[in-house]
Design a protein around this ligand. Structure first.
Ligand code: FAD
Length: 310
């Protein structure tokens, strides 16, 4: 069995593995896709001390760093069930889709999240070529340009306010007949001179010139007619879905499905810690996920030295 078993190989999982391995304890990482969301990212310009890198390159560097240590990396493995230890200090079990099961005295869950997509033609084709999901990451790439934000909840309205300070013009597109964001955010949004708000609008297509996005097409849900907005970028803000379906019923999750953690990364199950985008951490970013992964691994180590094996 492992002493620390990390589930997930994104920034949070990689950091947790390195911090655990550096304590000289038996460490394993099981990940569906080592690298995580970073693999789908182009430019990364906010990893402090690295002014510019690209996702795939960053993912390779993360894996190489983990491989500097004696860590058992099990790539292409999907965890399907978490079973608590039968007694304090005992072994927590993680079952895998391939039928195998891994046991460990402590577990760090770092399964990340995925952005909900609009599911319209052109969205996939122009992902990272005008279709973006992370305003903190990609906002500055649209300096002086025209963009749309899809979604009028808190994250969409926050994104629109954020982007309005960088880009030339923001069109906020909401499916419902009204915005769902907090009133204070809506008031702030409406006070901005370079923002247009469109409600009752169903986005139907992302158009481009083969290289980059050129327009968004939406249908007016009241009148029924189609409209086309010429723009350079589309930020989709219709929800971040944590990869925690497999934990439902076994671990305390927030109403959004995020793993509830305390400031040490502890979850509701003894010996099980969590970090990164899969958790209730307020901001979802690489440096934040790495910090949280390190915290979770140190907490797992602390748990091991305080809890004798039965
Ligand atoms: P993830 O990166 O999501 O990794 C999760 C890991 O868990 C993966 O290895 C996955 O395969 C695995 N996994 C999931 N479910 C299971 C399971 N059941 N069993 C086993 N393994 C599982 N952040 C920035 O700071 N700067 C940026 O420029 C930036 N740009 C971004 C651009 C895009 C397009 C996207 C999508 C995100 C961007 N982000 C950026 C956000 C950043 O990528 C995330 O905050 C970060 O990757 C979160 O790390 P994580 O380890 O928590 O999760």
């Amino acid at each position: 069995p492992f002493e620390v078993l990390v589930i997930g190989g994104g920034p949070a999982g990689a950091a947790a593995a390195i911090y655990a391995a550096r304590k000289g304890i038996r460490t394993g990482v099981a990940a569906e896709r080592f690298g995580g969301q970073v693999l789908d990212t182009m430019a990364i310009e906010n990893f402090i001390s690295v002014p510019y890198t690209e996702g795939p390159k960053f993912a390779v560097a993360m894996e190489q760093h983990v491989r500097e240590y004696d860590v058992d990396i099990m790539n292409l493995q999907q965890a399907t069930k978490l079973i608590p230890a039968s007694e304090p200090g005992g072994l927590v079990e993680v079952q895998l889709a391939n039928g195998a099961s891994l046991k460990s005295r402590s577990v760090v869950l770092a399964t990340g999240a995925r952005w909900r997509q609009m599911g319209v033609p052109g969205e996939e084709e122009y992902r990272n070529k005008g279709v973006a999901y992370c305003p903190h990451c990609d906002g500055p790439l649209y300096k002086g340009k025209d963009v749309a934000v899809i979604g009028g909840g808190n994250s969409g309205v926050e994104a629109a306010i954020d982007l309005a300070g960088i880009v030339r013009h923001v069109t906020l597109v909401e499916f419902d007949s009204q915005l769902r964001a907090d009133e204070v955010l809506q008031r702030k949004l409406r006070s901005l001179p370079n923002v247009t708000i469109i409600v009752s609008a169903q986005s139907t297509e992302v158009q481009g010139d083969g290289k980059r996005v050129t327009a968004l097409v939406y249908q007016d849900r009241e009148g029924g007619d189609s409209h086309r907005i010429e723009l350079d970028g589309i930020f989709v803000q219709i929800g971040l879905l944590p990869n925690t379906d497999w934990l439902k019923g076994d671990l305390a999750l927030s109403p959004r499905g995020e793993i509830v953690i305390d400031e040490r990364g502890a979850t509701s199950m003894p010996g099980v810690f969590a970090a990164g985008d899969a958790t209730t951490v307020p901001y979802k970013q690489i440096v934040i996920a790495m910090g949280a992964g390190s915290t979770a691994a140190l907490s797992a180590f602390d748990h091991l030295i305080r809890t004798p094996a039965p």
